[in-house]
Design a protein around this ligand. Sequence first.
Ligand SMILES: [Zn+2]
Length: 79
Amino acid sequence: MRKRKVLIQKIERASYVRRLTLEDKTCAVCGKKFAGVKKRRYCSRACQAKANYERHADQYRQARREKYHAEQKAAAGKK
Ligand SMILES: [Zn+2]
């Protein structure tokens, strides 16, 4: 057997402060005004999830439909 080489790595955790400028933003889903960093588009997790769902609505609906039919089929098969 070959001798394995071991890499010794010293990891030091650094703590630092990030300064992010907050901007006045308007939520793309509910239209509420909020302060957020530049790339933020939604006021809350809920709005973010909603927007994400809307973006892939057909995909989600289809996956759900398929799951439902698979469950129905499995239930029918048991009887
Ligand atoms: Zn919102």
